[in-house]
Design a protein. Structure first.
Length: 193
């Protein structure tokens, strides 16, 4: 395999074809154990020796619809000290929940179109990439799902967000208005200020 492909942990069939690999050659790589088939569109590079990050698996297993959200995104932004046993992933409400791997454990959340489309960022690292909600959207989602996640984690995330030097309160309030969470968010902000 060429060096560009060796740098990626998960590779799409489209990328392999663009790099000149035929289906016959791809099947040979699978049978020799150099590639592992994830689904119809993605393969895992079994010879990958870069930094292993569970977030890279999300795009492959969710067909690029999955976005890191809730407590997983809060851990990424260092808004919580919680140790996670799963990756929280948002997918559009009308999507079929994909089959997830044994590891990393992925918990899928069905978000409405309005909630799903706000605040998406793409993170690129060493040829690998994943989608994650920005910090303000993460705070809004954790506050919105506070009854499901627990009140204490929501307060911890909000406190840590307020202590961030790069926080954007205007964006936070704008997202809260868009997601119909403005009153609750103002109560959280007032308590913590």
């Amino acid at each position: 395999m060429n060096t560009e492909i060796q740098r990626r942990q998960f590779i799409s069939l489209k990328s392999l074809k663009e790099d000149g690999y035929s289906l016959y050659k791809i099947n040979q790589l699978v049978s020799t154990g150099k590639l592992g088939r994830v689904n119809r569109r993605y393969y895992e590079n079994m010879e990958y020796n870069g930094e292993i990050n569970d977030f890279y698996a999300v795009s492959a297993y969710s067909d690029e619809k999955g976005i890191i959200c809730l407590m997983s995104a809060a851990v990424y932004y260092e808004l919580t000290t919680e140790r996670l046993h799963q990756i929280d992933v948002a997918i559009p409400r009308r999507s079929r929940i994909p089959e997830s791997p044994a590891w990393p454990r992925i918990q899928f959340y069905l978000f409405s179109d309005q909630r799903y489309k706000v605040g998406i960022e793409k993170v690129n690292a060493d040829g690998n990439s994943f989608y994650i909600y920005d910090m303000e959207k993460t705070v809004c989602d954790v506050v919105f799902y506070r009854n499901k996640l627990g009140f204490e984690p929501a307060v911890e995330v909000m406190k840590n967000y307020m202590n961030q030097p790069n926080r954007d309160l205007n964006r936070l309030i704008r997202y809260a208005e868009t997601l119909r969470l403005k009153t609750t968010m103002k109560q959280f902000v007032d308590i913590l200020i």
